[in-house]
Design a protein. Structure first.
Length: 220
């Protein structure tokens, strides 16, 4: 849990799965970077089936704000980005930010759909099709948009939640945890996006967050 002494901020509880990544991770990073206190409620994957019906839409993440629940990952990220001053105030810059987050949500949904495929041959085929089609399409689009916006940030000429969402997605693609999706795909298709990832990976606030996770996390 990170700490903040600003009493004006609401009481926050973020519920997501007990791993570093996925739809809940940009929200965690947003709060950690801003030093905003929150309850980081992590649910072990093996207990999810029993807890699923207790969530509003039978899905995670869920954010409680002073005891009131809200859902939808990008809605949560935008709200927290505003609290953390990591979301643009200008309507056009906000739209640029939203475009990136929604695009990553789209392609992420396509990848997540393969998790439920039990037959390995079918899963391999589905993921190879993504690796040859949708994933490089989205990578190339984000790469070109990043170039068009100056090459460093996706919106507002500064770090925003769009950058954090992109960082988490590239981190997952390059992790090697997605069978049949080449981990070097971002390196080959989106060199500017890879440089963006590496720059954020070197950000001291992000490094500190993951260092704390390494020293405090006990694998289940």
């Amino acid at each position: 849990m990170t700490r903040n002494t600003n009493a004006a901020l609401p009481r926050l509880k973020l519920t997501y799965f007990d791993f570093d990544g996925g739809r809940g991770e940009p929200a965690r990073l947003t709060l950690a970077i801003a030093g905003i206190e929150f309850e980081d409620h992590r649910i072990p994957l093996e207990t999810w089936a029993d807890r699923k019906s207790q969530t509003p839409l039978h899905a995670l993440p869920v954010l409680e704000v002073d005891g009131v629940e809200i859902t939808q990952s990008n809605t949560i990220i935008r709200y927290l980005g505003k609290l953390a001053n990591l979301y643009p105030a200008d309507p056009w810059e906000a739209a640029l930010c939203d475009e990136v987050m929604d695009a990553i949500e789209d392609i992420g949904t396509q990848i997540v759909a393969t998790f439920s495929i039990k037959d390995d041959v079918q899963k391999r085929g589905a993921r190879e099709r993504l690796s040859e089609g949708s994933i490089p399409l989205y990578l190339a689009r984000l790469d070109s948009e990043l170039a068009r916006r100056g090459g460093e940030y996706f919106a507002d000429h500064r770090l925003t939640v769009a950058d954090l969402k992109a960082f988490v997605w590239i981190r997952h693609l390059r992790s090697g945890k997605l069978d049949y999706i080449p981990p070097d795909l971002p390196d080959r298709v989106a060199p500017l996006l890879l440089s963006h990832f590496e720059r954020l990976n070197g950000d001291q606030r992000i490094r500190a967050y993951y260092e704390r996770r390494r020293t405090t996390h006990v694998p289940s």
